[in-house]
Write a new protein. Structure first.
Ligand code: IPE
Ligand code: IPE
Ligand code: MG
Length: 242
C-alpha cells in the first residue's frame, strides 16, 4: 500500500468539541494535545517520515486574550511533559513560523527541544506555531531580495527551487497527504506553497476525537489516490497510447 512520506494536519475542532459537551474551550485544547500524542505514536509505528501539524496560526492572535494565553501555556507544558518521551521514540522536533514574536522563555523552550531531539531520525515532527503561509512566502522573498541587493544573486536566476529553499520547511519533502479535521474544508493560510500537490482529506471528526483508527482510514483513502502531477498515469488506457 502506497504510504505518504509526509502527512500534514490542521488539527481543528477542539473548541466546538468542548462547547458541545458544555465544557470550556480549554478542555478541548487539552484533549487535543492528548489526541496528538496518540497520532505521533501511530506515525512512528507505521513508519511515516514526517508529520507536520498546525498548532497556532498567525491569525489565532485574533482570539480572546485568555484563549491565546491558554494556548501558549498549553504549548509550553505539553513540550515540557513530552519532549523526553518523544526523544525516546526517536522523534526530531522542528518548529516553523514567526517564532520571534513569542515570549523569550517560549522561544528558549522551542530551541531546547529542537536541540535535544536534533540527532533523531525516526520521525520528523514539524510544529507550525505563529505560522502563516503568506508570512512564510514573504520572509522567503525578503531573504532573496537581500541577496539580490548585495549583488550575490541576479533576479533572473531566482527559480522555484531557490524560493523553496528559503521557506521554513526547506529540505523537507512536501506533504503527500493533508488532513483537516473538524468539518471545515479550507487551508486557513497553512502551507500555501508546500500543499501545491498534496492529496487533500477532510473529515468531520473534531480533533480531540481523531484516533489512530481515523488516521488509518485516511491512509487507506490515500493509497487509492492516483497522483498524476499534471501528467497521465495510465497512458496505456487510451487508444493510441503505447
Ligand atoms: C484548533 O481548534 C486549535 C487551534 C486553532 C489552536 P479550534 O480552537 O479552532 O476549535 P474550533 O474550530 O473553534 O472548534
Ligand atoms: C487553523 O484553524 C489553525 C489551527 C488549527 C492552528 P482555525 O480554527 O484557526 O481556522 P479558521 O479560523 O476556522 O479558518
Ligand atoms: Mg477552528
Amino acid at each position: 500500500m502506497a504510504q505518504p512520506a509526509h502527512i500534514s494536519i490542521i488539527m481543528d475542532g477542539n473548541g466546538r468539541w468542548a462547547t458541545q459537551r458544555g465544557l470550556p474551550r480549554a478542555a478541548g485544547h487539552r484533549e487535543g494535545v492528548r489526541a496528538l500524542r496518540a497520532i505521533v505514536e501511530h506515525c512512528v509505528r507505521v513508519g511515516v517520515g514526517t508529520l507536520s501539524v498546525f498548532a497556532f496560526s498567525s491569525e489565532n492572535w485574533n482570539r480572546p486574550r485568555d484563549e491565546v494565553g491558554l494556548l501558549l501555556d498549553l504549548f509550553v507544558s505539553a513540550l515540557n511533559d513530552q519532549v523526553e518521551a518523544l526523544h525516546a521514540h526517536g522523534v526530531r522536533l522542528r518548529f516553523i513560523g514567526n517564532l520571534g514574536a513569542f515570549p523569550e522563555s517560549l522561544q528558549q523552550t522551542l530551541l531546547d527541544a529542537e536541540r535535544r531531539t536534533g540527532a533523531n531520525s525516526t520521525l520528523l515532527l514539524a510544529v507550525a506555531a505563529n505560522y502563516g503561509g503568506r508570512w512564510d512566502l514573504v520572509q522567503a522573498c525578503r531573504s532573496l531580495a537581500r541577496q539580490v541587493q548585495c549583488g550575490a544573486l541576479r533576479p533572473e536566476h531566482v527559480d522555484e527551487q531557490m524560493l523553496g529553499a528559503q521557506l521554513t520547511l526547506a529540505g523537507v519533502p512536501p506533504p503527500d497527504l493533508f488532513i483537516r479535521t473538524g468539518g471545515e474544508q479550507r487551508i486557513s493560510n497553512y502551507l500555501l506553497w508546500d500543499l501545491a500537490y498534496s492529496e487533500l482529506y477532510f473529515n468531520d471528526v473534531p480533533w480531540p476525537e481523531f484516533t489512530p483508527a481515523h488516521l488509518d482510514r485516511a491512509l487507506e483513502w490515500y493509497a487509492r489516490r492516483e497522483r498524476r502531477f499534471g501528467g497521465l498515469a495510465n497512458v496505456q488506457d487510451f487508444p493510441g497510447g503505447d
